[in-house]
Design a protein around this ligand. Structure first.
Ligand SMILES: [Zn+2]
Ligand SMILES: [Zn+2]
Ligand SMILES: [Zn+2]
Length: 115
């Protein structure tokens, strides 16, 4: 068993609670993207081996299980025609979800207590 620091315990607690609240409010949220509507990932745009300091950039990929096919990532309702282009400022008519709000189940806080 790992002994967690007080701060770590607190962070976990806050996370567990906001997660539980989200699931309670939006039980039909998208399990693939956790309600975010997509996924951020990091990539390094500088060519490998170059002298440029590693500048990581983030990009957002639409979730193929919800927003990309017109389904709201938060309430699970169809918010637009599947062949329509996703509009980041278009609000879901059912729950008000907007891609540009960047809202979803927060990521689990990082725990470094076992290091
Ligand atoms: Zn910990
Ligand atoms: Zn999704
Ligand atoms: Zn919705």
């Amino acid at each position: 068993m790992i002994k967690h620091t007080l701060e770590c315990n607190l962070n976990m607690d806050i996370w567990e609670r906001s997660k539980a609240r989200y699931i309670y409010n939006y039980p039909a949220y998208c399990r693939t993207c956790n309600g975010w509507g997509g996924q951020w990932d990091q990539y390094d745009p500088s060519p490998a081996g170059s002298e440029v300091s590693p500048g990581f950039k983030t990009r957002f990929t639409l979730c193929p299980k919800c927003i990309e096919i017109g389904v709201c990532p938060r309430c699970g309702m169809t918010m637009r025609e599947p062949d329509e282009e996703a509009d980041i400022d278009e609000a879901c008519p059912f729950c008000g979800y907007k891609l540009s709000d960047m809202e979803g189940i927060p990521d689990e806080p990082e725990c470094t207590c076992d290091e």
